[in-house]
Design a binder for this molecule. Structure first.
Ligand SMILES: [Fe+2]
Ligand SMILES: [Fe+2]
Length: 241
């Protein structure tokens, strides 16, 4: 999928304004993900998982700092100018950890979710790394983060196989399915919002002109200035009726 979207990724990363916004958006997602995994370290009953989650959370929080600092630096260099048009991110963030929820989640499901998210992050960051070849400092950050994401992808799979040796493959497929489903729902919501905008704009331009024409025609028929009261209207001028 990312290979198909490569021209869009290239377009996003080719502009400094969009690059800054993307880096800052990644910083948010990584930091949020780090906090959630920290929570997972608190609630898991498994001591080995607690240590691994803790190391993982520290990595993600560190990624957040790296992205934020690089984004801020780029913003300083270019003097804070931002082109308002087409400045958004048409594609989802790199990590996909924004869908993560910890409370009431069994370790097996969480590990499967993390494995799928980390795997897709590793693929994405490898693509982005190539697209910022003109910017060695940003590229170095992707290099560093990519190494961590590969470690996250591998340890989550190994631990999943350890804690549920019978069903770990099924868990990964379920996690992939629910991730895909969430994507479909998000895409459908986006398409719905876009269609709403298009239809309302069309309605405005189709329905408004006849009413404007009728209103202008009615205005022409009205006499200008004061008009005499019609003969039947004999209510006293102080009455509100
Ligand atoms: Fe990360
Ligand atoms: Fe990660």
């Amino acid at each position: 999928m990312d290979r198909v979207l490569r021209p869009v990724h290239r377009w996003v990363w080719s502009d400094t304004g969009r690059r800054v916004r993307k880096l800052l958006a990644f910083a948010e997602v990584e930091t949020d993900g780090g906090r959630d995994i920290l929570r997972a370290a608190e609630v898991t009953p498994d001591p080995l998982l607690r240590r691994l989650y803790l190391a993982h959370a520290i990595d993600e929080l560190h990624h957040g700092v790296l992205f934020r600092e690089r984004g801020a630096e780029l913003l300083r260099v270019r003097g804070g100018r931002a082109s308002a048009l087409f400045n958004g991110n048409p594609l989802p963030g790199g990590h996909g950890l924004d869908d993560l929820s910890i409370e009431g989640e069994a370790d097996a499901r969480l590990l499967a979710f993390l494995h799928v998210a980390e795997k897709s992050a590793a693929g994405r960051f490898a693509t982005y790394r190539e697209l910022v070849a003109d910017d060695p400092a940003t590229r170095a950050i992707f290099d560093e983060i990519l190494r961590d994401e590969v470690f996250h992808m591998n340890y989550t799979y190994t631990q999943l196989a350890r804690i549920s040796p019978r069903s770990y493959r099924r868990q990964v497929w379920l996690a992939r399915g629910s991730r895909l489903w969430r994507r479909v729902v998000r895409l459908a919501a986006g398409v719905g919002a876009l269609m709403g905008t298009v239809f309302l704009t069309l309605l405005y331009f189709v329905l408004m002109p006849p009413f404007a024409w009728l209103a202008r025609r009615a205005a022409k028929r009205e006499p200008e200035g004061w008009a005499p009261v019609s003969a039947g209207a004999d209510a006293p001028p102080t009455s509100q009726y």
